[in-house]
Design a protein around this ligand. Structure first.
Ligand code: HEM
Length: 524
């Protein structure tokens, strides 16, 4: 074919080419449509499953569970628009999850997409992969495992519960008005988290229900990040470039959070220079970064690292504890048999002879439990394991793929595909947890000898598993048990009749309408 011919036939080529392209696109989409459409999930011509994804974006966790249930299997693909190509594998298959998070961990990093969506976490541990992550993990592990830090966690939880939570609830009980318990949990989680990370008491839970710029920045950021999860990348990037909508809100929230944390860091440096001894995470990190023998001393841009790491810890702690507590109280309030057993256990601990001598707890109101008491609360611990199974604060995790691989259930994964691990759905499949999987049964976690069962970890992922297991798992139980023991023993929490509980579209699993409750004082 000579050049002259090509030029002379150009106008008709220009007409024919789009037509050929459209026919190809149509055939390809039809093939996709006929191959995949089922009752469980609709594949649309040209758009794949993206319309279904967008349609269900405000109830992703529930939608995934419905699709798994209808398909009767633990994995399915979500195909994006034909052009550009987007593909997800959604799975709740326990062996797949174990393979991705543990057995072949190195093949499934967080990846670039994760970092883009969560860019506000900067250089922090959640966004890190490979060697950089290993270094940060080592550092975090050392901080969380220290005896002094664990003591600080117990003391601060007890202090915040005694000085803020109990007086606040006593006030609500006296006034007789109803209160949004999710808001109470969010405020107490904020105060507890800020106290262990920054060594500060912000009194965000107090009778006046004050506003707090850092807490509000966190809420705004969550909303915008969820939007990024459910919209095509080009759309939110365009919004970010122009500075409109949720992206505008996110930018403001990010700046505000950074400024707040930078101020905390400056004040902490001054305290340390003045010789104040503290064991909160911020102090530990400042000291380590200044110590030339420390593993993190070689890190570049130390100030940015310090700020971003603290933002990561704060985000990691606050919203998970809020979610863990709120769903727990709701489940307990609607399961009186469980509440009775928790109270019996608390009564036993509160009236143990040693304790009575030390605190005289049975005679006085309110009764606050300390770390030693909490260790003995097996049934309460089991109740938390069970509520986290049904309502994991982080309902899913995302992973990318480095090399072509096949998962234990036979699903094929290739680079470019994103894998969504649906922790929420794992706890809700009858073939994984039994026909009674939707029932709240702490007994699932207690062996015949009365000890806690740890075996179901092969199908239990609320804290992740493998090398990236949550570093805050132990402190979470201390904090949540400390709050739950004090609240249940001293108050009766009753959900307002007719209040509708449903899941909020958020990165963390929160309640859309909050949790409206009435509080009454309880004397045991
Ligand atoms: C009920 C409470 C909690 C739950 C259910 C929970 C759950 C999780 C999950 C699922 C992950 C993995 C996330 C991912 O890979 O993207 C994680 C990681 C992490 N969690 Fe938690 N978390 C809780 C509380 C906390 C607390 C209180 C802290 C600290 C203040 C904390 C600190 C972290 C950190 C630093 C990581 C990152 C670990 C890494 O990437 O190596 N978590 N958590």
């Amino acid at each position: 074919m000579d050049t002259e011919y090509i030029i002379s036939s150009c106008p008709s080529t220009l007409k024919v080419f789009p037509a050929i392209f459209c026919i190809f696109l149509g055939l390809f989409s039809l093939q996709l449509y006929f191959r995949n459409t089922s009752k469980a999930i609709t594949y649309w011509i040209f758009f794949g499953t993206i319309p279904s994804l967008v349609w269900n974006s405000n109830r992703l966790s529930e939608w995934f569970s419905e699709v798994f249930g209808l398909l009767g299997k633990d994995s399915f693909y979500l195909d994006g628009p034909v052009f550009p190509k987007l593909r997800y594998l959604v799975t709740c298959h326990p062996q797949n999850i174990e393979y991705i998070l543990k057995t072949n961990f190195n093949n499934f990093p967080k990846g670039e997409d994760f970092r883009e969506v969560f860019d506000i976490l900067g250089d922090g541990i959640f966004n890190a992969d490979s060697d950089r992550w290993r270094l940060q993990r080592k550092m975090a592990h050392a901080g969380f495992a220290s005896r002094e830090f664990k003591t600080l966690v117990s003391n601060t939880s007890q202090k915040v519960v005694e000085e803020q939570l109990v007086p606040f609830l006593a006030h609500v009980a006296e006034q007789g008005f109803s209160v949004d318990f999710q808001n109470v949990c969010s405020r107490i989680a904020f105060d507890i988290t800020v106290s262990v990370i920054f060594g500060r008491y912000e009194n965000y839970l107090s009778i006046e229900l004050p506003s707090h710029e850092l807490a509000e920045a966190g809420d705004d950021a969550q909303e915008a990040i969820l939007y990024r999860h459910t919209q095509p990348k080009f759309l939110w990037k365009l919004m970010r470039m122009i500075g409109i909508g949720t992206e505008k809100k996110l930018k403001k929230a990010h700046k505000s959070a950074q400024k707040f944390i930078e101020d905390y860091i400056t004040q902490k440096r001054n305290d340390l220079l003045a010789g104040v001894t503290t064991y909160d995470l911020l102090s530990t990190y400042i000291k380590a970064l200044e110590d030339e023998t420390s593993v993190v001393s070689s890190l570049p841009k130390k100030d940015i690292f310090l700020r971003d790491e603290m933002i990561n810890f704060w985000v990691a702690g606050r919203d998970t504890i809020t979610s863990g507590l709120t769903w727990f109280f709701w489940l307990v309030s609607k399961t009186p048999a469980v509440e009775t057993k928790i109270l019996e256990e608390l009564k036993l601990v509160s009236s143990s002879s040693n304790r009575e001598q030390e605190t005289g707890c049975t005679d006085k109101w309110p009764c606050i439990f300390d770390t030693e008491d909490l260790k003995g609360l097996v049934y309460l611990h089991a109740a938390f394991c069970e509520s986290l199974r049904l309502y994991p604060p982080l309902p899913f995790n995302r992973k990318s793929v480095v090399e072509k691989d096949q998962l234990p259930d036979g699903s094929k994964v290739t680079p470019g595909l994103e894998i969504i691990l649906s922790f929420y759905s794992v706890g809700r499949m009858p073939w994984i947890w039994g026909e009674d999987c939707l029932e709240f049964k702490p007994e699932r976690w207690i062996a015949e000898n009365g000890k806690l069962i740890t075996e179901p970890t092969s199908k239990y992922f609320p804290f992740n598993i493998g090398p990236r297991t949550c570093v805050g798992k132990d402190i979470s139980f201390t904090q949540m048990k400390s709050v739950a023991a004090a609240v249940l023993f001293n108050f009766h929490v009753e959900v307002v009749k007719g209040h509708h509980v449903c899941v909020k579209p958020y990165v963390n699993l929160h309640m859309k309408n909050g949790l409206k409750v009435n509080i009454k004082k309880r004397s045991m």
